[in-house]
Design a protein. Structure first.
Length: 383
């Protein structure tokens, strides 16, 4: 696929032009329907086709960030003053919560409700009770949450939400279609921060909104066009290339993460490891049910032990310093190499444990990765 950098595309005559404008919100792939790159671009369409194959869905629309995909996905359900309450799970990306609070609630005046987990898992009875009382028009959930890696029983959430007539948007960024495809279980919309595993090299920012319903697609195409959320052709080209190796990369990241989580679980100065593949994780059984034996994602959160907060903080800081040449502190995830983030510094009061570190496990050689971590842990243990 060439990179079509054209802002506008040549049309042959008035009839073709009329036809192209009529088909603006259709899922058309014909060569003479391209008008203007903010509406539709052949290079972007080609990358969208790759995502449709992965999520097994009827349409996928790329945007220039995960946040613009979220804005698009949510905005197509907004219907002036007649919009009923929207229910968000509290364990979702912090940027999404800020968008919900600052844009949806404060600026657009929407009635926003939240659903909170108990003891690290979502209680289905409590959820059904909340949905039956709130009667939300929309439920918004992430398959695997961040940083506690709570796996939602999305299949069951969909059954409950549908019973009460709610539409469901699933952010599937952490699980990816390699582990689970929410649209095959009747989710209305799936979104991704493509910046993460789909592009997988920490070198571009993109998002995608996927679905099967035609009307939702038309609204999403219109909204993306109105606000100019379209992905650039250059980024789409790079994505189209990088996404070819998605399954290879992500399966390796998942297996590296499983091995590393087991290893970290046996280190005496590590107090706790959160990874859905470990039996100790509160949602381990749900992960087994949803993902089978394919993997449990590539994120791990762990907490350094210590006699007090100062010792924990000291161990965290020493670890970050000792591994810094190979494991960088980079506030993203899904990169080729393992990267880390100190949890308290990012989430503040929500997760105030000073010893906590979140790892985004890469697809580097596992032996090398364990060697770097064991070297640092040995030094910390030695004082
Ligand atoms: N959804 C999840 C789960 C994320 O982790 C992020 C970003 O970290 C986003 C959405 C937003 O994506 P982007 O940064 O590509 O806008």
């Amino acid at each position: 696929m060439p990179v079509y950098r054209d802002a506008g595309f040549e049309l042959t005559d008035a009839i073709t032009t009329e036809n192209a404008f009529k088909k603006e919100t259709e899922h058309s792939r014909e060569s003479d329907i391209y008008i203007y790159s903010r509406y539709r671009n052949p290079t972007v369409v080609s990358a969208e086709d790759e995502i449709m194959k992965l999520e097994e869905c009827a349409w996928a629309l790329l945007t220039q960030s995960g946040m613009s995909a979220i804005d698009t996905a949510l905005s197509i359900f907004q219907n002036g003053n007649s919009t009923r309450p929207w229910l968000f799970f509290t364990e979702i990306y912090g940027g999404t919560i800020s968008f919900v609070e600052s844009v949806l609630k404060t600026r657009r005046g929407l009635n926003i409700q939240y659903f909170t987990p108990d003891n690290g898992t979502y209680d289905p009875d409590k959820l059904e009770n909340a949905i039956s009382v709130i009667k939300p028009e929309l439920v918004y959930i992430e398959t695997i949450s961040n940083p506690m890696l709570i796996v939602a029983d999305v299949t069951n959430v969909l059954i409950i939400a549908k019973k009460y007539g709610a539409k469901v948007i699933v952010d599937n960024t952490f699980a990816t279609p390699y582990l689970y495809k929410p649209l095959t279980d009747n989710a209305d919309i799936v979104i991704h921060s493509v910046t993460k595993y789909f592009s997988g090299h920490g070198n571009l920012s993109a998002g995608v909104i996927c679905g099967n319903n035609d009307k939702m697609m038309q609204s999403a195409i219109e909204y993306r066009k109105f606000v100019g959320h379209m992905l650039s052709p250059d980024d789409a080209y790079r994505l189209q290339t990088q996404i070819q190796t998605f399954e290879l990369r992500f399966s390796r990241q998942c297996s590296n993460a499983s091995r590393l989580a087991e290893y970290l679980g046996n280190i005496p100065i590590i107090n706790m490891v959160w990874f859905p593949g470990l039996k100790s994780h509160p949602t381990h059984i749900i992960a087994e049910k949803l993902f089978g034996n394919k993997g449990n994602g590539a994120m791990i959160t762990f907490d350094f032990d210590g006699k007090d907060k100062n010792e924990k903080r000291g161990r965290r800081d020493m670890f970050i310093k000792l591994v810094s040449e190979k494991i960088k502190l980079i506030p993203t995830l899904g990169d080729p190499r393992t990267i880390l983030m100190p949890v308290e510094a990012v989430w503040g009061a929500k997760y105030p444990e000073p010893g906590m570190i979140r790892l985004s496990v890469g697809f580097e050689d596992y032996g090398e990765l364990e060697g770097i971590i064991s070297g640092a842990v040995d030094r910390i243990e030695a004082g």
